[in-house]
Design a protein around this ligand. Structure first.
Ligand SMILES: [Zn+2]
Length: 204
C-alpha cells in the first residue's frame, strides 16, 4: 500500500536532502540492491523534479535521493513542451506525486543565450532557437522590471514556468485546487549547491 506524503512533507524531505548535500554529508539513501528489488512491481516517487538539463544539476545527487524517490523531467532551460506536460501529468495524475519542483540554476546557458538573442536581435539556428523562443517571455518580463542580470532572469523564468504548468494543465491545476499537490520553484546555486525557494503555488 502506497503512503503519499503531503506537499509540505515532500518539500521538507527535499530540503533536508539538499542540506546534507550542501554540507558534504550526503547519505546516499535507497541506492542498494534491496531497494532496487522492492521497486520492480511499482513506483511511488514523492516528488517530480522538472529542471534544466545542465550536467551540474543532477537531481538525485543534489537532493540526496535514490531509486524510486523522484520522477525527473529535464530540458535545457526547463522549457515546457507537450511531452513535458504529458510527463508531469502522468506523475501527478497516475503516480499520485504530491509535489512538482521547477528547478532553475544560476548562470544557466539557455537563459544566457536568450538574453543575448533579445539584446542583439539575432536568433540561434536549429532547434536551439526553439528553446530561446520559449524562454524569451521570461527575459522580457525581467527587463521590463529593470532586472538585467542573468540570475534575475533565471528566477523570473522559474516563476513563469511554474505558473505556466498550472495554466496549461487541467490535471495539475485540479490537483492543486484540491490540495493534493503543490508546485514550488527553486533556484540552485552551482557554487554552493543550495536550492532556494523562489515561488510556490498551492498549499504548503
Ligand atoms: Zn541551465
Amino acid at each position: 500500500m502506497a503512503t503519499y506524503l503531503t506537499p509540505a512533507l515532500a518539500w521538507r524531505r527535499l530540503r533536508e536532502g539538499n542540506e546534507r548535500f550542501v554540507a558534504g554529508e550526503s547519505s546516499h539513501p535507497n541506492q542498494d540492491a534491496s531497494r532496487r528489488s522492492s521497486l520492480v512491481e511499482n513506483q511511488h516517487p514523492f516528488a517530480v523534479i522538472f529542471g534544466c538539463s545542465d550536467s551540474r544539476l543532477a537531481a538525485e545527487i543534489i537532493f540526496d535521493l535514490g531509486l524510486g524517490d523522484a520522477f525527473v523531467v529535464r530540458t535545457a532551460g526547463q522549457v515546457i513542451d507537450d511531452a513535458v506536460l504529458g510527463s508531469l501529468e502522468y506523475s501527478i495524475g497516475v503516480l499520485g506525486v504530491p509535489l512538482i519542483v521547477v528547478l532553475g540554476h544560476d548562470s544557466c546557458g539557455a537563459v544566457s543565450a536568450t538574453k543575448t538573442a533579445v539584446e542583439t536581435g539575432k536568433m540561434p539556428v536549429g532547434f536551439i532557437r526553439d528553446l530561446v523562443e520559449r524562454i524569451t517571455p521570461s527575459v522580457l518580463t525581467s527587463l521590463r522590471n529593470n532586472e538585467t542580470e542573468v540570475n534575475d532572469m533565471v528566477v523570473e523564468h522559474v516563476k513563469q514556468t511554474s505558473q505556466r504548468l498550472v495554466d496549461s494543465s487541467r490535471v495539475i491545476s485540479t490537483a492543486i485546487e484540491t490540495g493534493r499537490a503543490a508546485v514550488i520553484g527553486l533556484s540552485y546555486s552551482l557554487a554552493e549547491g543550495r536550492a532556494d525557494l523562489v515561488s510556490g503555488i498551492g498549499d504548503l
